[in-house]
Write a protein that binds this ligand. Structure first.
Ligand SMILES: Nc1ncnc2c1ncn2[C@@H]1O[C@H](COP(=O)(O)OP(=O)(O)OP(=O)(O)O)[C@@H](O)[C@H]1O
Ligand code: NI
Length: 344
């Protein structure tokens, strides 16, 4: 199995408010191996973007703090790096693309110049060489007539074209890890499929790992090797993509899947929606954070936070749900899962 590239351990990210620190993520653990695509899914407000911003340490600029845990990358903890050190890692070995391509591009420079600038900065290329490489990148990301397009400004390109440019900028430095936060949400379905195909193709060529954030289970099914389901700041289920879709275990995951139109077993039935809404950060219920919305809630769910239990046959599919109390507790890399030590 490929080496672990990124290992997030018990990461708690918070925002300081007048009521003290409110947690946007609560001891989340997740790892990504080389060449792997891990999808982070969950409803709006579950903490997906906060998690990705924490890995990039851009959370510092959004008023957030890493309150606890570690983000191990090549044996070093990104949570402890200075912003100066992070600047060398960002856009170089780890690149990020966001949902809205327009806000990532600079309106006053041509797209060719913006890619060339990234190459100058990170690959030490100069003048014509960087420009020619930029045109090549545009070709690589599937932009027709790249010599002409390179001289155009973002407003002269469609949304889909702009997102391809953003991908070209991100990939210009051949990152090991690409973090993509809803990269296709703003695009129409056909363009979305093309962009996802492009990411897959470039991933195969470059061997990079992808952390893909999406609220779309269909996108996750298509792209992921592993899926992590987030709810109200915690990863409530995580496992190989086949296991998540074939044997979803956490009632929240089951609910998410049942709300996909045309999902197996649901055809012809009224579309299911999970009752209730996600609690705002800082206002979690006692016990399991999902219990007020859970159709299976038991007494213990109202009282005690569940551990991560191993579900399925192997040791790589976990769910934080008391329904699996008879199963072994998942270990996070040899260390205890959530509160495992207290339980013993
Ligand atoms: N700068 C901030 N200050 C205070 N709270 C914040 C800040 N950024 C995010 N939050 C809160 O943190 C929680 C998680 O937000 P996050 O953006 O990570 O959700 P998400 O899963 O990415 O949702 P979406 O699908 O809507 O993008 C939310 O409750 C949000 O209101
Ligand atoms: Ni988000």
């Amino acid at each position: 199995m490929a080496e672990k590239l990124l290992e997030i351990r018990k990461l708690t990210v918070g925002f300081v408010t007048d009521k003290g620190l409110v947690k946007a993520t609560d001891e989340i653990s997740l790892s990504i191996r080389q060449g792997q695509t891990v999808c982070l899914v969950g409803e709006s407000g579950s903490g997906k973007s906060v998690t990705s911003l924490a890995v990039m340490r851009l959370i510092d600029y959004a008023g957030g703090v890493i309150a606890d845990g570690s983000i191990e990358y090549h044996g070093q903890d990104l949570a402890l790096k200075s912003q100066e050190e992070m600047r060398h890692i960002r856009g170089n070995r780890i690149a990020m693309i966001f949902q809205d391509p327009m806000s990532s591009l600079n309106p006053v420079f041509t797209v060719g110049e913006q890619i060339a600038e990234s190459l100058r900065l990170h690959q030490n290329m100069s003048g014509d060489k960087a420009w020619n490489a930029a045109v090549d990148m545009l070709r690589t990301v599937g932009i027709p007539a790249p010599e002409i397009r390179a001289k155009q400004y973002p407003h002269e390109l469609s949304g889909g074209m702009c997102q391809r440019v953003v991908i070209a900028i991100a990939l210009a430095c051949k990152p090991e890890l690409l973090i993509a936060d809803e990269p296709t949400t703003a695009l129409d379905v056909t363009v979305q499929a093309q962009i996802l195909d492009l990411l897959r193709k470039l991933q195969a060529e470059l061997g990079m790992s992808i952390l893909l954030i999406t609220h779309d289970m269909g996108v996750a099914a298509e792209m992921a090797d592993r899926v992590a389901v987030m709810y109200a700041g915690a990863i409530v289920e995580e496992g190989p993509v086949e296991d998540i879709f074939n044997t979803p275990s956490h009632p929240y995951t089951v609910g998410l899947l049942q709300s996909i139109p045309g999902f197996e077993g649901e055809r012809g039935r009224e579309l299911y929606t999970i009752r209730g809404t996600i609690p705002p950060i800082g206002q979690l219920p006692d016990g399991c954070r999902f219990h007020p919305r859970c159709p299976h809630a038991m007494d213990i769910c109202r009282q005690k936070e569940p551990f991560d239990f191993l579900v399925g046959d192997g040791d790589d599919h976990r769910a934080a749900c008391w329904l699996f109390e008879d199963r072994p507790v998942a270990l996070v890399d040899g260390r205890g899962g959530r509160d495992e030590v207290k339980r013993a």
